[in-house]
Design a protein around this ligand. Structure first.
Ligand code: ADP
Ligand code: MG
Length: 682
């Protein structure tokens, strides 16, 4: 595509084999790679007033040396030189690491100019560069690059200079002119130039803006193209449901739908009616009414002459859902059945037979639903609850059970929108962002561990009213064994404390499923009053009489997870409480506890969590699936992400996009990215 820039860096005059090898260590092989190695920050040489500089910001100041430099060695090559500097009326400290020779160059009453990072608490600048004498304006900005081995930042700047003067003119535009104009974006060549040789901070800002948009647009084009082709090439089922009956069913519900429920129901129904296969994610907070929407979809599916399936992660949950859904659908002559691994022998054979014969309309169960022996007669719709608990493989098997059934994934883990449109960019997303009216909000408190006595007293008060409590145990990452031990310790402690008054149950991942089942049953029948558990409790349990949730070491959990845990209470008509026991050490940790006490909105929390912990930590280490961007930042540049997504969706639908030369650069990129396999290059 761009032969000049795809040459090896040795094509640059002044860069030989040896340098090329060192650059290769930094994954820079071609001229283009070099151009795309962007600075990770800029040294700002503008003189600033310290009063306006924030903690940890970089700053350049001029001042008068106020004390003899003092030099301390530690280790063989490490040293720290400290001076006191009078900057205007501030007396601050300046530290130079590993530059012992400066001791003889700096004397009392000298005027010097230094640049470095400001520590407001210690009134100290850790200097990264020094200029003897007063401030003289040279360059406002200089790029700082991540470098490796023998390559220095200065050296790297020089390579960039050489590369630019020789190859700068070959940098081609890769965005259509119409988009550049629309958003007043810099052209690509100028943008590279301003990233590497900026004069002002505005230069950097504008150059960055261009690359952010470009990266997001390319990424979103790929996702939107995948989505379009997945839809159009899939042979879905057209479900001609009976709208009149569906409306009747909706009005038979014991409540009227919220606006959000109506909206997502319409989105789902129109997918079902279409010839494309539905591939939709339904997000909504715990209790927002997802299951109600799912039930309507299942009803519609049956009126269209198809079978529906609902798959959930645990047996307890399957039972609960089967019970409530059957209650709603049965009056309409719809036959629902439950299938879990606990259902065996004759009963199981009977269900399988009826299912294959098409006598069962809706099947509800755990992943027992996707075993080989389960055959549907005419499967039209598959709904999975708590989507993130199912592996990709399981979802694939399920999809293949019927003739391309429509698939709806439901999740109560609110995923911030920026992540949803990135990670699930090829799926359609529906969001229930509204709670049914009249819900009591759960009161959340943050307490230090030393207040445990008071918390136990509070629990006792609730228990005496006939209520129940959950106690979630400390989480120790990567060690289920320690988690279990923690749960056992807390269990023993509480058993001792409530001895003879209330019964305590214990739940953790090492129990057999029958044991878990037994504990859960006892708790839901109020035979056990306090349930001590590890986080295995998280998914779906419904015990409306439980009104207290105590979470030990709450600072160790993500906000999304805390919110999930909190969602176990507040399910009945009584006021519920969530108590976070935490002694966070960091500001971020304290901030997270505060946010928990301030909001009950899962989406607000998930956005905050993303901000505080970053996209990598949001999904946990294992399954992030996040794309890597060179310049763009999903969290801070979310507006550009939204814009790029809308543009990508619009472009993909335009006839001109597939034909006009103006869009050739975007099309080529799509073909190269593999999103459009088997299509010709142009
Ligand atoms: P989710 O599956 O999102 O956790 P559910 O569908 O189970 O939520 O709904 C939680 C509770 O709220 C259920 O008892 C359900 O009957 C009730 N519910 C659902 N939608 C509404 C509504 N629009 N108005 C009042 N109550 C509702
Ligand atoms: Mg369809």
């Amino acid at each position: 595509m761009n032969d000049k820039l795809n040459q090896s860096v040795t094509a640059i005059k002044g860069i030989g084999e040896e340098t090329a090898q060192m650059l290769a260590e930094m994954n820079i092989f071609t001229v283009n790679d070099l151009f795309e190695h962007f600075p990770y920050r800029y040294e700002d040489y503008r003189l600033r007033d310290l009063a306006e500089v924030k903690h940890e910001e970089r700053v350049t100041v001029e001042g008068k040396v106020h004390s003899e430099p003092s030099l301390v060695y530690y280790g063989r090559k490490k040293s720290k030189l400290t001076i006191r500097l009078l900057v205007n009326r501030y007396l601050i400290q300046v530290i130079f690491f590993n530059q012992p020779y400066l001791k003889n160059k700096i004397a009392i009453n000298d005027t010097i100019t230094i640049t470095g990072k400001w520590d407001q608490h210690r009134q100290t600048i850790t200097a990264s560069s020094i200029q003897m004498g007063p401030y003289s304006k040279t360059k406002e900005f200089e790029p700082v690059y991540a470098v490796k081995g023998k390559i220095t930042v200065k050296g790297f700047r020089r390579f960039m200079n050489l590369a630019f003067s020789q190859f700068g003119e070959y940098i081609h535009e890769t965005l259509p002119l119409s988009l550049l104009k629309k958003y007043k974006l810099m052209n690509r060549r100028d943008a590279f130039k301003m990233m590497h040789f900026p004069l002002t901070s505005e230069d950097v800002k504008q150059a960055r803006r261009r690359f952010v948009y470009e990266e997001f647009l390319y990424f979103q084009l790929k996702m939107q193209a995948l989505r379009k082709f997945e839809r159009e090439n899939s042979i879905g089922v057209i479900q001609k449901y009976d709208l009149k009956k569906v409306k009747q069913f909706i009005s038979s519900l014991p409540f009227s739908l919220t606006k959000a429920q109506k909206r997502v129901t319409n989105e789902i129904l129109s997918d079902m009616k279409s010839p494309f296969r539905m591939n939709r994610l339904l997000q909504g907070d715990v209790g927002s009414g997802k299951t109600a929407v799912a039930t309507i979809a299942l009803f519609a599916c049956v009126t269209a002459g198809f079978q529906g399936a609902l798959m959930v992660p645990t047996e307890i949950l399957a039972e609960q859902h089967a019970e409530s859904i059957t209650r709603l659908l049965e009056p309409f002559g719809i036959r629902c059945e439950l299938l879990t691994s606990a259902i065996k022998g004759k009963r199981r054979r009977e269900i399988l037979q009826l299912l294959q014969a098409g006598e069962i309309d809706v099947l509800i169960g755990t992943h027992a639903l996707i075993q080989d022996e389960v055959h549907f007669h005419k499967l039209g719709l598959v709904i999975t609850d708590e989507q993130h608990r199912f592996g990709v493989e399981q979802r694939r098997i399920l999809r293949e059970k019927g003739e391309n059934p429509d698939v709806l994934f439901m999740t109560a883990t609110p995923i911030p929108r920026t992540l949803a449109i990135t990670v699930f960019g090829e799926m359609d997303v529906s969001v229930i962002n509204e709670m049914p009216a009249g819900r009591k909000t759960i009161e959340t408190y943050w307490a230090k561990h030393e207040m445990l006595d008071r918390i136990l007293a509070f629990m006792e008060k609730e228990l005496s009213k006939g209520r129940q409590a959950y106690v979630i145990c400390p989480l120790i990452e990567e060690s289920e064994k320690l988690d279990v031990q923690n749960a056992i310790d807390v269990y023993n402690q509480l058993t001792g404390y409530f001895q003879g008054r209330y019964r305590v149950g214990l739940m953790h991942g090492r129990l057999h499923s029958e044991e878990k089942e037994a504990v859960m049953k006892a708790f839901s029948k109020n035979e056990v009053h306090i349930l001590v558990s590890t986080t295995v409790i998280e998914v779906g349990v419904n015990v409306p009489n439980a009104t207290v949730m105590v979470i030990y070491d709450a600072e160790r959990f993500g906000l999304a997870q805390l919110h999930q845990l909190r969602g176990r209470v507040g399910r009945g008509s009584e006021q519920s409480y969530c108590i976070l026991l935490a002694d966070p050490k960091t500001e971020v940790g304290k901030e997270r506890m505060r946010i928990m006490t301030e909001t009950n909105d899962g989406f607000v929390l998930s956005e905050k969590d993303l901000e505080l912990r970053g996209p990598g930590d949001f999904f946990g280490k294992k399954q992030s699936g996040l794309p890597e961007f060179k310049v763009a930042d999903m969290v801070h540049d979310y507006r550009a992400l939204e814009t790029a997504r809308n543009d990508a969706a619009r472009l993909i639908q335009m006839k001109e996009f597939w034909e006009f030369p103006e869009y050739a650069c975007l099309r080529n990129h799509l073909y190269q990215s593999g999103a459009l396999s088997g299509e010709k290059l142009d």
